[in-house]
Write a protein that binds this ligand. Sequence first.
Ligand code: ZN
Ligand code: ZN
Length: 150
Amino acid sequence: MMEVTLTCEECGSGVQLAPKVATTDAECHVCHHHHPVAFTSADEEGKLETCPCCQRKDFYKQKDFNRKIGVILFVIAAITSIWTYGISFIVLYVFDFILHRYLPEIAICYKCNTIFRNVANIDELHGFNHEMNDRIIYADHDFQGKQLEH
Ligand SMILES: [Zn+2]
Ligand SMILES: [Zn+2]
């Protein structure tokens, strides 16, 4: 089943949700702020078409990699490189390569940063597009699910 994590607009906490048409409200467990959500039957089948939180159709996909872990690994490699003459960086590179190969992909809403895991149609989505992101965030442009091509 698709797993939805929306970002609380009040406190920034992650709010986990299972897509159910009957669910119309998501409550933040930290600050108890309520977020209206609207799921469709497509969401229940794991097919991502419309964001249940902001009703936009613009998503990007990326590997489900925790950036904090990445930074920690880099710092460890940097510190240990003093004694390993830089070999730790090669180890990190190989580790990174293997990790990225096997990590699952997730979809993220450009507009509201809601994260979707186990998306059935993930192959239809594109990677992060800077221009689309800027226009959605700063100019409130709605691409309606169409990828910006050059
Ligand atoms: Zn909150
Ligand atoms: Zn959204």
